[in-house]
Design a protein around this ligand. Structure first.
Ligand SMILES: CC(C)(COP(=O)(O)OP(=O)(O)OC[C@H]1O[C@@H](n2cnc3c(N)ncnc32)[C@H](O)[C@@H]1OP(=O)(O)O)[C@@H](O)C(=O)NCCC(=O)NCCS
Length: 164
């Protein structure tokens, strides 16, 4: 994958929705993120949640969701004005090329532009999701050492990253 690969993140609109419906993760990863059809249906029901597409040039290669408060991630307020990140994934066919990291960097730039008030991004990651955990730590998230026990696939770590 050339270092110049154009990775962009954009809000999901009616034109993008059908393209996202073709995305999926590997069978072994299904416990960590739901099926894209369910993710899109759910976000439509939640005021304050924004569905985002990850594009490689014009091709949709991934998805995530930004929560305008950290409540649906952590179940409580945090000390700093915070956003939440949920459902982040790269399509199985595009994984392993470093695009997850490029997508997160594009996400941080987008958050700084469109949510300049936010000082922090919060997410939960399953304790056994080692690839995602390493990726998040590489891009500046840190582990608060808090384990949550309500996750579908076992205990989850709360990770926080400052937003500039
Ligand atoms: C986690 C994820 C976003 C990483 O995206 P990516 O574009 O593959 O990221 P990278 O290419 O930078 O690889 C990151 C790490 O994942 C590993 N990896 C990538 N694809 C993999 C695969 N199919 N199986 C196992 N490990 C894989 C890489 O080897 C790398 O490991 P390293 O930290 O030892 O170098 C992607 O694997 C994914 O969508 N996983 C399923 C959904 C998920 O778990 N989301 C997180 C929810 S909190």
């Amino acid at each position: 994958m050339p270092a110049t690969a154009a990775i962009r993140v954009v809000p999901v609109d009616d034109a993008l929705r059908p393209k996202l419906l073709g995305l999926h993760v590997l069978p072994a990863q299904r416990g960590w993120v739901g099926a894209i059809a369910d993710l899109l249906a759910d976000v439509a029901l939640c005021p304050g949640s924004e569905a985002m597409a990850i594009l490689h040039d014009a091709t949709a290669i991934g998805y995530y969701r930004i929560e305008s408060t950290p409540h649906s991630v952590t179940g409580r307020d945090l000390e700093l004005p915070s956003l939440g990140l949920r459902g982040f994934f790269i399509d199985a066919a595009w994984q392993g090329r470093g695009l997850g990291q490029l997508a997160l960097q594009a996400m941080f730039a987008d958050l700084a532009r469109r949510h300049p008030w936010a000082r922090q991004l919060a997410l939960m990651v399953d304790r056994n999701n080692h690839a995602a955990l390493r990726l998040y730590l590489r891009v500046g998230f840190s582990d608060r050492g808090e384990l949550y026990h309500g996750g579908r696939s076992g205990p989850q770590h709360l990770l926080l990253r400052p937003l500039p």
